[in-house]
Design a protein around this ligand. Sequence first.
Ligand code: GLC
Length: 605
Amino acid sequence: MMFMKWRHSAIMLLINACCFSSCQQQLKEEISMNEIIEQKVDSLLAQMTLEEKVGQMTQVRHFDDISDNDIASKFIGSVIHTQGPLPGKGAAEWQSKFIELQKQALSTRLAIPLLFGVDAVHGQNTYEGATIFPHNIGLGAAGNPDLVERTAAITAIEAQATGFTWVFSPCVAIPYNEKWGRVYEAFSESTELTTKLTKASIRGHQGELSERETVMATAKHFVGDGSTDFGVEGGNTSLSSEHVTQRLLPPYQAAVKEGVGSVMASFNTLDGKSMHAHKALITDTLKGSMGFDGIVVSDWKGYSRFGETGIINAGIDMVMAVDGDLEDYQSGLKEAVENGTVPQERIDDAVKRILRQKYRLGLFDHPFPDTTLIGKIGIEEHRAIARQAVRESLVLLKNDNSALPLKKKAKIVVVGEFADNSGFQSGGWTVNWQGSTESYKGATTILEGIKDLSEAEVIYDKDGSGNHEGAEAAVIVVGETPYAEFFGDIGGEMDLFQHTLTEAHQNLIESYRSKGLKVVVILISGRPLVTTEQIEQSDAFVAAWLPGSEGDGIAQVLFGDHDFKGKLPHSWPKSVEDYKGKYGPNFWDDSIEPLFPFGYGLSYR
Ligand code: GLC
């Protein structure tokens, strides 16, 4: 009772502190809304059995290891769609699949609706035909919060249109080392820029949360994912706590202030302690001093990888993708509560947070997807924003001999398979977890964009055989094939990627430099690469990152219809040595002289 009195008087104090009646009115409405939700949460919690509570803390995949009536019989709280069988062919089928699961959840005694979660990290990228934006590194290069807010709002619409109410985005890591396979998922090495864009992303995704066109966002991965020693996914971060506080926490503070609905725990360890079991940072800092009142969700299979009592006691509220371990997880957690290993209060805190977000999302009032949104997937209005994001993400690193802008009446040869493959230009987390090596529905390629704007002949030299037949300029598109997570670690266990361009791509540029054409190189990559030699060999060099579905946005800048606006979100290494030295195991090493500094970028003006 004391707490309720305290809360009430604090609220009255707040309202009286407001000077204008409108502000007072709005504040009163907001507070009363929150008050009403808290009362609903408390009263629903009071009716729940331990089984129902543990059920809410469980997330499963919609296709794997769950039998038809598990959703109801196990009181499941959330369903995730990820790599694997699609929920259906088109968005209407996706919606009906999730409606079927939701009806199961609503058939239970307390009819608590499900949350449907998806990795829509640069548009609703699991759905072919959706608008796919530049990955966050490109949005970091654009550095435009309004644009980030708009891309997030469109992502939310297209996620809702395919049946989702929760996206596991934005990644707010501060990548310390380009060897990490997830540099592109984050905005920048700059804490300040990342913080600014995080606020915009949460705002765009969530709006007021209860609208039908917004979703719950997730700030991830808490904390230190991008700052492991030597850039290893899930590796150890040995930064000091002061460093973590100064450089890694601000984006989370901003996300919490913007009302982010969930935070995802990270795979990495911090000074040898798994972040999934880091009670000091999850409970004392994030939930305590930072005041986060949403859901802390584990990362993939957090239960089987990190055990359950440790992570639940540390402050994890919902465990992701428990399928396969459903029985063990639920009976194990119930037992842990019954024998006191996990306090009842911890379970109640977790369930309150889950119920609170479900009420805030309005799920109890409208648990089913809005079919009218289906018509908004991939519409030109959305693609136009994506095209703007592509344009503003491009960073011009070199432009000698007026190589750019290209002349529309000049004959151009476009070189390389990357020029005509929207899968390559979109990177990981596109259609598939590891991305696509083919073009996909609704996307336009770089070559298509150039052909569309050119008023002269465009030759396509896909394999670099050199047939340029009197072209004045060569646009050579090179870069990294798609990857996601640890597959993209340089020197990681997969060892598929390197610090430089592939030999084949180096040869493409080499072969064109002695033909008397202007050589323009477009680099498609999820991170800065060591391209010192190739930049010397080119007349112009553009960092295009991973532009997504609207590849034609690149041509609009190459021909000068729009100027370059992008600035480097990461310093650009001059040599492979830079990678090793950029972040040693103990400190951020600013002694490295990069080829181009953070914030560098040329324009036509
Ligand atoms: C992955 C990623 C995380 C993603 C989750 C669900 O392992 O680390 O970013 O949201 O699993 O796919």
